[in-house]
Design a protein. Structure first.
Length: 374
């Protein structure tokens, strides 16, 4: 599995809210292969040189400029930094800050300077998180895998007691264990649920809250696992194969991808239906200017935005949008700023493809309450 540094919403907002006239953002293609690291190092050096030239053309004090560039150049000679890379690299630097993120998807080289970080690539990684987890459970063992758009299922270690399998044995009042049933069933329901609960507790300790979880279980243990499950994002659809038949990572990936595609398509369909219903009550909009104003007024509940939208401009404190003729140090991607304002007010953001948005618009927002006409 490729290394990836995906910030949570709080850390992402911290980056979005950072302000410094000497802020530099660099995104470039990287590689997990050590043989490619010299090429990536050269690309990063060229990006730093480009940022140096752009900063030199502004009125930033020489001391601030030198501090930022020194922080960036320090990465070039940091051996620990180059030990583990992924497919892409994002670097943020200012006079008092340096942050790096490894991203598993491919990014186009981009350098920007201004009074804030260009967090668009990170925002999309958070808002289009296709990761999921898979738990395989039968009477022989319990295994957990992480799956993402960039890699096949990768197994994660579970902290299970050595005598986990003994939970399927039926105990006597003397504390001894009776012989397991000879009819092929894995114990009675209480034993199966005890076995499943131990596994479930170990699984939930390893996965993020809200992350989709896909189950592959033997016939006896599937209802037991679902009966004791406490993870709110356990999907209803189960992989239709015995766990022991899923040893091939390619097959496991194919099975879980079908389930995830159906899950995401159903979620989008429900959201579009809700959007249409709410729009008839003036509680949804696909107009970028209205979405910007609603986000500023903390009125947006959920924002869907085109992950490929790059139009830049500014949005003032009243939510008024001014599109820029061309990008510059004082502009930023408009949908990114709208998403930041939604996140600050506790709303949800999700990156989607343009065809999944209503009206062919770059944004669509459902509202907590109607906003006054402009």
């Amino acid at each position: 599995m490729l290394p990836a540094d995906i910030p949570d919403a709080r850390d992402l907002l911290d980056l979005m809210d950072h302000r410094d006239p000497a802020s530099v953002s660099i995104a470039l293609e990287s590689s997990p292969m050590p043989a490619d690291h010299e090429r990536v190092r050269i690309a990063l050096r060229n990006a730093i040189d480009s940022a140096h030239r752009e900063l030199s053309a502004t009125d930033i004090a020489r001391e601030a400029l030198d501090a930022v560039i020194a922080r960036l150049r320090g990465l070039l000679e940091d051996p620990e930094f180059w030990d583990h890379q992924s497919r892409s690299l994002i670097v943020f630097a200012s006079t008092d800050r340096l942050e790096t993120f490894r991203i598993a998807n491919h990014l186009i080289t981009h350098v920007s300077v201004g009074d804030r970080f260009d967090t668009g690539a990170l925002l999309r990684a958070v808002a289009f998180d296709y990761r999921a987890y898979i738990v395989l459970i039968d009477e022989g063992q319990t295994r957990l895998f992480e799956f993402g758009p960039d890699h096949r299922p990768a197994e994660l270690a579970l902290d299970l007691p050595e005598d986990h399998r003994l939970a399927l044995e039926k105990t006597t009042t003397g504390g001894r264990f009776d012989r397991r049933r000879a009819d092929g069933r894995t114990g009675d329901q209480p034993e199966r649920e005890r076995y499943a609960r131990i596994a479930q507790d170990a699984v939930t300790a390893r996965i993020p809250r809200g992350a989709p979880l896909v189950l592959a279980a033997s016939d006896d243990l599937e209802p037991a696992y679902r009966a004791v499950n406490t993870h709110g994002a356990l999907l209803e659809t189960t992989i239709p194969a015995h766990p022991q038949a899923l040893g091939d990572p390619a097959r496991l990936a194919a099975e879980v991808r079908i389930i995830l595609d159906d899950h995401h398509a159903a979620e989008l369909a429900r959201w579009r239906e809700d959007f249409g219903t709410l729009r008839s009550d003036a509680r949804a909009t696909s107009k970028l200017t209205d979405a910007a104003r609603a986000a500023t007024e903390a009125a947006v509940d959920t924002l869907a935005f085109d992950m490929d939208e790059t139009t830049e401009g500014t949005i003032d404190e009243f939510g008024r949008v001014a599109q820029a003729a061309e990008p510059g140090p004082g502009t930023y991607t408009l949908v990114d700023e709208i998403a930041a304002r939604v996140l600050r007010s506790g709303g949800t953001v999700r990156a989607v493809r343009r065809p999944d948005l209503p009206d062919g618009a770059p944004v669509a927002a459902t509202l907590r309450f109607p906003i006054d006409p402009a």
